[in-house]
Design a protein around this ligand. Sequence first.
Ligand SMILES: [Cu+2]
Length: 263
Amino acid sequence: MRRAAALPLAALALSGCTVPTFGASAGDTTSSRSVYHLWQGFSIGAAIIGTLVLVLLAWAILRYRRKGDAIPTQYQYHIPLELTYTIVPILIVFGLFAATMVVENKEVANPPTKVTIDVNAFQWGWKFSYPGTNAVVVGQTTQTPVMVMPVNTDVHINLTSTDVIHGFYVKAFNFSRYALPGIDNQFTFRAVNTGTFFGQCTQLCGLYHSLMFFKVKVVSASAYQTWLAGFTNSAAAQAAAAAQAGQSATYVPTKVTNSSGVK
Ligand SMILES: [Cu+2]
């Protein structure tokens, strides 16, 4: 019994005291890491309480198994015991709630930022515009538009929807938020690693919901400036370039409909 109990502890000690992931990922933003640590805390708490309950159950079953026909000592209306098993779980729930609030407040905090991206979801794609610049990226279904953002920088996101409810989800950021028509959802990302991360709509929003993909590309601050500079500097120049390329300067996303007209 003692040896069996020592096994998980030994495993933990041998792993160099690194806390297990419990199936989650630390992610690539500061807030994804807070969420990850919260998850680790919850998992460790659950493991401790689960183990305690199992050990006490086993102990009660073995120690107080039936030994004869005599009625055992009765313990109902044992006020201190009843108070303990009411108050202890309430304290645990308050602890979990407080820890969640701390992390959640960080998650929805909106510190002043230098970079802002307006993210607009529509059936069935995404538009990323960068206020104060000419940069606009828009794409739908199989076009998988890319949201470029600088690393180690607070990036403010304004999330809106043109038509129905969509879900803005970036797996590597441990982050999901509804894009709601008429509501401006705001949050801040601070990516800690460069890389390209997968994102998608997580709210069933119509025919091509399953193709409503995007990517988040986190680049160095200088690469971000270069990328921004790649967009022409005046609306007139942009229109001229677009005319040269045989396109309209303003991209109007065309809705994909099937013959039955079902959206
Ligand atoms: Cu959607």
